[in-house]
Write a protein that binds this ligand. Structure first.
Ligand SMILES: CN1c2c(nc(N)[nH]c2=O)NC[C@@H]1CNc1ccc(C(=O)N[C@@H](CCC(=O)N[C@@H](CCC(=O)N[C@@H](CCC(=O)O)C(=O)O)C(=O)O)C(=O)O)cc1
Ligand SMILES: N[C@@H](CCS)C(=O)O
Ligand SMILES: [Zn+2]
Length: 756
């Protein structure tokens, strides 16, 4: 079980397919257009192509079991026999898996939340007192076998017991899942032995939870788990992979066990501690010097300098990406609209693997062996530093001027009075979060525009027709505050980035966000300017169709930043302020157009929260200030809404209050309104719209359940402050589901209102 050291690898890779083939195949299967044989055939082809690319590129250890039909945490729940009992009655393995992921008409799905501080979302396994763990290694064994039969030096990747249990949630008084380590460690031992018998020389066990404060003694957990797993004799060599930060005390703890390798994220973390841990001299150190989270070209000379500091401190050093390349697009090749200069600053998944191989070659054969690549890289990085598109003094002046004007609005009580007079809304008003179904007609129209099959005028007319039909639907349903439905937006971040100077929007830079859903994060490369209004014409048109108020709909600066590939040459706070000034100008233009309510979405406020608690306060200060900078340019009588979703809000609850929005709509359906008690506890006194049903499931909520949610909400919040809305936008749902769900929502609102 010593394991021959390898030299070049990546911790994982994307799986949705370079052209999102897996997305389309899974969605076809869900729609009943194809069967499992066709789905499995496509998946097998994709996996084979991916493995062969990594191997041919020069990696001498290739991760496997990184494929997933939905999510790697759900896969681990299957591996450990920890699917919730409510799906147990579904006989077919794949359908049971998808039922846990998405729910069915009868069955609620697992909760979904952010994977650490990324825009990837995992399904949260549920662990109860009655969970009986059992090993189901079919998937990992199948993928290992597939790779070995292709002659690929395969390294199975599994999520480790610490991370799996810390990210799971207790249900039915099950107690903290991490208390179940003694039950799962034997299964991991059994798995290791099985993998060894199946031909694995190395296995990678991912433990990103060790770089966080999710537990107060990660080092203790690391010693216990890897002491036990390391002591097994019948096993492959173990690589414990950390990523997204520094291991701190967990590094010496792991190094003191018998595991053969440790992977370190040397982009988010540093190499400083390595030399201070003598037991590392017997280990393979997998040095994550190539950033798996961002798209900038690696500074190869700097990486070589870092690698050089490690050489004497470990038995051997392998070069790697800092984490899986799941978080970046596949390849720069399909980006035909990129100019050569900008292209020369970038590296996507394939280019990052090439960087790893270059660095490993330099370590093995000396710098001279790759000197042309190193020179080319230095020139590109120098060009980026001095490019006039990156720095714009006018932008810096605008930010300074806006900050001088101050970021506070008038007292909230005064604002409430002015807004009540202006808007004259009923008690517990009903609204939605912004988007209505992005139908295939909408997407196909946009695709046709891209291919020049229709002109801008025709496209805009089709989108106006869509706005008109969404307004008519909302009037028919009897909603109080309407939205235009966002048909013209390909994505709530990309849409803005496409119109702002300083961003580049990719054509094909897809990254999985959850399940089959993908996003194309724009690239923020320079100072940000708003050359023209971005939303006013659409909102103005929607408002012209109705007497009810239409909410202006913007994405906030923190979320635009969080869902973009950001600059690494200035603090995030500076970029946030530049975006905030652009959004502020848009709010002012919307107000001038007569719009009385403007929503500035910040669903990613929690996402950027640093993983270590000591760094969190500084982040929350600049994030809250950026939001306030973006929303404080309007009069007191203009009502500012914000919306948050996709996270546990506990640690940011104070910051949510500090945003000082007049109304906050917040995901609450799946957490049973607990968030309202949390808001009360910190004295939040503005309007709040706890989501009364979960939009992630195709399930239509019944009137009775919405009434029950509303009554629970009214126990926590007085009617004067309560709003009624779904828990997120409706873009992923079908028109039928939306109409039925909202009809029930409005009926429930009327029932509750009549009892006030
Ligand atoms: C709110 N969420 C978002 C996050 N991050 C973002 N950047 N944006 C978000 O909205 N993070 C947290 C959550 C994650 N949730 C979602 C929800 C839904 C999606 C989603 O639906 N993604 C779409 C792609 C959206 C898009 O860019 N659409 C484009 C291109 C559409 C397309 O594929 N066109 C086809 C042709 C038409 C067709 O066949 O239908 C083509 O080009 O081939 C557009 O509308 O123009 C998805 O399909 O995955 C993501 C995150
Ligand atoms: N306004 C957006 C927010 C999603 S988080 C929408 O409704 O889709
Ligand atoms: Zn949302």
């Amino acid at each position: 079980m010593t394991g021959t050291p390898f030299t070049a690898t990546t911790l994982g890779s994307a799986r949705i397919g370079p052209k999102r083939q897996l997305k389309r195949a899974i969605e076809s299967y869900w729609a009943g257009r194809t069967d499992q044989t066709q789905l499995h055939a496509l998946a097998t082809d994709l996996r084979r192509d991916g493995l062969q690319k990594l191997h041919t590129a020069g990696l001498d250890s290739v991760p496997v079991n990184t494929f997933s039909f939905y999510d790697q945490m759900l896969d681990t729940a299957v591996l450990l026999g920890a699917l919730p009992p409510r799906v147990a009655g579904i006989a077919d393995d794949l359908d049971r898996y998808f039922a846990a992921a998405r729910g069915t008409g009868r069955i609620a799905p697992l909760e979904m939340t952010k994977w650490f501080d990324t825009n990837y979302h995992y399904l949260v396994p549920e662990i109860s007192a009655s969970t009986e763990f059992s090993l189901n290694p079919g998937k990992v064994l199948g993928e290992l076998d597939e790779a070995l039969s292709l002659g690929i030096p395969a390294r199975p990747v599994i999520i480790g017991p610490i991370t799996f249990l810390l990210l799971s949630k207790a249900v039915d008084d099950g107690g903290a899942p991490i208390g179940r380590l003694d039950e799962v460690i034997p299964l991991y031992r059994e798995l290791l032995s099985t993998l060894r018998s199946a031909g694995a020389e190395w296995v990678q066990i991912d433990e990103p939870a060790l770089v966080t404060d999710l537990h107060d003694d990660p080092a203790g957990l690391a010693s216990r788990v890897y002491g036990e797993l390391g002591s097994a004799t019948d096993r492959p060599a173990i690589l414990v992979a950390s990523y997204f930060g520094d291991l701190r005390d967990a590094l010496p703890a792991l190094a003191a066990t018998d595991v053969e390798g440790i992977a370190l994220d040397l982009v988010r973390g540093t190499a400083d501690a390595v030399a201070t841990v003598p037991t590392l001299t017997s280990k393979l150190l997998v040095a994550g010097v190539v950033n798996g989270r961002n798209i900038w070209r690696n500074d190869l000379s700097a990486s070589l300098a870092t690698l050089a500091t490690l050489l004497g401190s470990a038995a051997s050093v392998a070069v790697s990406t800092s984490c899986s390349t799941l978080h970046v697009p596949y390849s720069l090749d399909p980006e035909t609209e990129l100019d050569d200069t900008l292209r020369s600053w970038l590296a996507f998944g394939e280019e990052k693997v090439a960087e790893v191989v270059t660095l490993a070659t330099a370590l093995r054969d000396g710098r001279e062996s790759v000197s042309t690549t190193l020179d080319d890289c230095s020139q590109a990085l120098a060009a980026r530093r001095s490019d006039p598109r990156v720095h714009d003094d006018r932008v810096r002046e605008q930010v300074a001027e806006a900050l001088r004007a101050g970021i506070a609005r008038g007292p909230s009580a005064d604002r409430r009075t002015a807004q009540n007079e202006r808007l004259n809304l009923p008690e517990v008003p009903t609204t939605t979060i912004g988007s209505y179904p992005q139908t295939s007609a909408i997407r196909l129209a946009r695709a046709a525009l891209r291919k020049n099959e229709i002109g801008v005028a025709e496209y805009e007319q089709r989108m106006r027709d869509e706005v008109a039909s969404v307004i008519a639907l909302q009037e028919d349903l009897g909603l109080d505050v309407l939205v235009h439905g966002e048909p013209e937006r390909n994505d709530m971040v990309q849409y803005f980035a496409e119109q702002l100077d300083g961003f580049f929007a990719t054509e094909n830079g897809w990254v999985q966000s959850y399940g089959t859903r993908c996003v194309r994060p724009p690239i923020l490369y320079g100072d940000v300017r708003r050359p023209h209004a971005m939303t006013v014409a659409w909102i103005d048109y929607a408002q012209s169709l109705t007497d009810r108020p239409v909410k202006g709909m913007l994405t906030g600066p923190v979320t635009i930043l969080a869902w973009s590939f950001v600059r690494d040459d200035q603090p995030l706070a500076d970029s946030a302020n530049q975006i905030a000034v652009a959004i502020r100008a848009e709010t002012v233009d919307l107000e001038a157009a007569g719009i009385g309510i403007i929503q500035v979405d910040e669903p990613a406020l929690r996402e950027l929260l640093p993983l270590r608690s000591e760094d969190q306060a500084a982040y929350l200060t600049w994030a809250v200030d950026a939001f306030r900078l973006s929303t404080s340019g309007v009069r007191d009588s203009t009502q500012i809404h914000t919306h948050l979703c996709y996270s546990e809000f506990g640690t940011v609850i104070g910051a949510i209050s500090d945003l000082d929005a007049d109304v906050t709509s917040i995901e609450a359906a799946r957490s049973h309104m607990e968030v309202l008690d949390d808001l009360n506890a910190i004295g939040y006194a503005n309007g709040v719209g706890p989501g009364v049903y979960d939009i992630h499931s195709p399930r239509v909520p019944e009137v009775g359940e919405i009434v029950a949610s509303l009554k629970a909400a009214l126990d926590a919040v007085p009617a004067q402050r309560l709003w009624i809305n779904p828990d997120c936008g409706l873009k992923t749902r079908s028109t039928d589901e939306v109409e039925a769900s909202l009809r029930n929502l409005v009926t429930a609102a009327h029932m509750v209102r009549s009892e006030l």
